[in-house]
Every structure is written in C-alpha cells, then in structure tokens.
Write a protein that binds this ligand. Structure first.
Ligand SMILES: Cc1cc2nc3c(=O)[nH]c(=O)nc-3n(C[C@H](O)[C@H](O)[C@H](O)COP(=O)(O)OP(=O)(O)OC[C@H]3O[C@@H](n4cnc5c(N)ncnc54)[C@H](O)[C@@H]3O)c2cc1C
Length: 303
C-alpha cells in the first residue's frame, strides 16, 4: 500500500486551544491563515509532520526550497519533527486538531504536555495509508494510543451501515471516551478495549487479538497502527493466518520501542539498509513492506 503524498510545501500555525481530552491524550487545536489552504487527502489516517520550536524560539523557522524539496537544508540544528494524525481539519475556520498521546518522555509529547496558546509550529508533508477497496463490506481497525486519533476519525467518518470492529490497547479505559462517542449507539460498531497493555508498558495485544479473531465474511479491510514491531507481527498474521491479499490490509508503524537504540543501530548500517529498502521497492514491494524488509535486515545485522 503506497502512501498518498501531497505536493511539497509547509504550513505555519499557532496553538489556539489546549484541552486534556482523556487522561493520556492532549487535544491541541492549531490555527493560522495557512491552514485555510491545508490539503485534504480524504482518508481518516491523514497525517502531517510537525516541527517543534527550538529552545528559546517562539516558533520553528520557515523551510527553504532546494530543487523541488522543501526542508531545513541549511540549518545546522534543524527543529525536531514528528508525525501526527490530523484528527480534524476545518479550512473555513483555518483550524486543525491533533490529539497527542502523553507518554513518558520525548520532545513532542513534552511539548504537547506544556504547550500554551500562541506557541508556533510548522507543518509539513501530508500522508495517508487507509485505502479500502471499493467493494469493502466490513472494517477492522486495530490501534494503540498513538493510532487512536486516526482510528477514532475512521469510526466517525465511516460510511453509514458499514460494520466496524475496533481493537485498541490503551493505558486507561477513559482514554476510549472519544472513540466511544464516535461509535455512538450504532450496533454495527463494536469496540474492544484492552487496558494497561502496550503503549510502552509491556507487550501489546493487537497482533495476538488479530490472530485469534475470526474476520467477517466477504471482502473487507484491516487497518493497524501502533508500535512498529507489533505492526510487523500484525502484518504477518494477516497474511499468513487470515490470508488477506495485500490490498485488504495495511499496518503502519507509528513509533518504536527504544527509538534511540534503533537510531544508533540504523546509523551504523545506513547505506546497506537504504539499499535493502530501495531493492525492495524495485522488486515491487510497497514502502511499508520495503521498510519491513529493511527492519529484518537490521535485526539480522545487529543480533
Ligand atoms: C503517520 C503517523 C501518525 C501518528 N499519529 C499520532 C497521533 O495522532 N497521536 C500520537 O500521539 N502519536 C502519533 N504518532 C506517533 C508519534 O509520531 C510517535 O509516538 C513519536 O515518536 C512521538 O514523539 P516524541 O518526541 O514524543 O517521542 P520520541 O522522541 O520519538 O521517543 C522518546 C521515547 O518515547 C517512546 N515513545 C514514542 N512514542 C511513544 C508512544 N506513542 N507510546 C509510548 N512510548 C513512546 C520511544 O520508544 C522513546 O523511547 C503517529 C506516527 C505516525 C508515523
């Protein structure tokens, strides 16, 4: 499944409203004239890379264009960027809403925890993966807290009458509040919450639950988002246990356990790993699958 990527460009915005949506989700509404032109990909998992202000700055600096690529090409210390789902976008009101998971530590979660109105952000690169084939008759969504905003949006924007099963791993039952509100009392939406697993506090249950589940009859679609290793296992389960064809499932790694260690190992073997990734694409794999092949190579090299 190839991601859908918009034209290059960036958007600036400031924090308009901050609200603790649930115990571990901070909702931040951004506002700014650029957001009136924010592209809509039409998929509930559309995401954007946000760049955070550097220490002492009110907002990240603008990007520059080199060739056809916008980026921080000439910044010796570029701002930190992280990916987040667009929970809601309102071009008429020039607003965009992001729900930040509050986990133990990290620049983005720390920023979200203490963000005040008026703080500046830069948004770049919109992408989406959720692409059910036209004949889809049911949906299964599986996510941890990081994938919950996109899963909730998928439930909120579901076609009327389409049966949806949602499997989530959350730190607290109350974190499911927005999801349950989106499901309403629709009997075709079934939400199954596991509390206290995954999310950096032990193994997740998503891949195991997908293994044990009986998928509905007929053509459907499975979307999974969460920790990268869990998503890889989920993808393998969907292929080997449920025998789902490639266009019937997408599993996107949203974060990594011990990302600093992964970065160190990746940096050691980067040229080789990038080649494995490119070879995968050349062999017809999609970017997610090529990424998996690269991960497997990295594990073999650093085992
Ligand atoms: C397409 C896409 C959409 C995403 N949408 C959202 C979203 O809407 N809301 C959201 O909260 N996240 C979302 N994420 C995940 C988010 O980008 C990562 O969690 C990111 O690593 C957080 O950055 P950080 O600076 O807080 O922590 P980092 O500096 O990346 O990591 C610091 C430490 O925290 C750990 N960590 C990172 N993320 C998590 C987590 N979620 N739970 C537990 N431990 C973690 C790491 O393993 C590391 O040890 C999305 C990711 C992608 C790729």
């Amino acid at each position: 499944m190839t991601d859908t990527l918009t034209r290059p460009g960036f958007w600036t915005a400031t924090v308009h409203e901050v609200r603790r949506l649930t115990p571990h989700l901070q909702r931040i509404v951004l506002r700014g004239p650029d957001l009136a032109h924010f592209p809509r990909l039409g998929a509930p998992d559309e995401s954007v890379t946000i760049y955070l202000p550097r220490p002492g700055e009110a907002a990240p600096p603008p990007m520059t264009l080199r060739g056809e690529v916008w980026g921080y090409h000439d910044e010796p210390h570029p701002p930190i960027g992280r990916n987040y789902s667009v929970r809601a976008v309102d071009p008429a009101g020039a607003r965009l809403t992001i729900d930040f998971a509050l986990h133990d530590h990290g620049p983005a979660t720390s920023w979200a925890r203490q963000a005040g109105t008026g703080a500046g952000l830069l948004l770049w690169r919109c992408r989406a993966w959720f692409r059910p084939p036209a004949d889809t008759r049911w949906l299964v969504l599986a996510a941890d807290l990081s994938g919950l905003p996109a899963a909730t949006r998928a439930v909120a924007e579901r076609p009327p009458g389409l049966p949806v099963r949602v499997l989530v791993d959350l730190p607290d039952l109350a974190d499911a509040r927005d999801l349950l509100a989106a499901a309403g009392d629709d009997p075709t939406v079934h939400v199954d919450v596991r509390v206290g697993v995954g999310n950096g506090h032990g193994p997740g249950s998503l891949a195991d639950r997908l293994r044990e589940t009986t998928l509905p009859d007929g053509p459907g679609y499975v979307w999974v988002a969460g920790e990268a290793g869990e998503c890889r296992t989920a993808r393998s389960v969907l292929r080997t246990v449920h025998r789902l064809p490639r266009d019937r499932a997408v599993c996107v790694g949203y974060w990594r356990t011990d990302s600093a260690d992964w970065e160190r190992r990746y940096a050691r073997f980067r040229p080789l790993l990038d080649q494995v990734y490119q070879d995968g694409l050349a062999a017809g794999l999609n970017p997610v699958e090529a990424g998996d092949r690269m991960e497997e190579a990295l594990e073999r090299m650093t085992r």
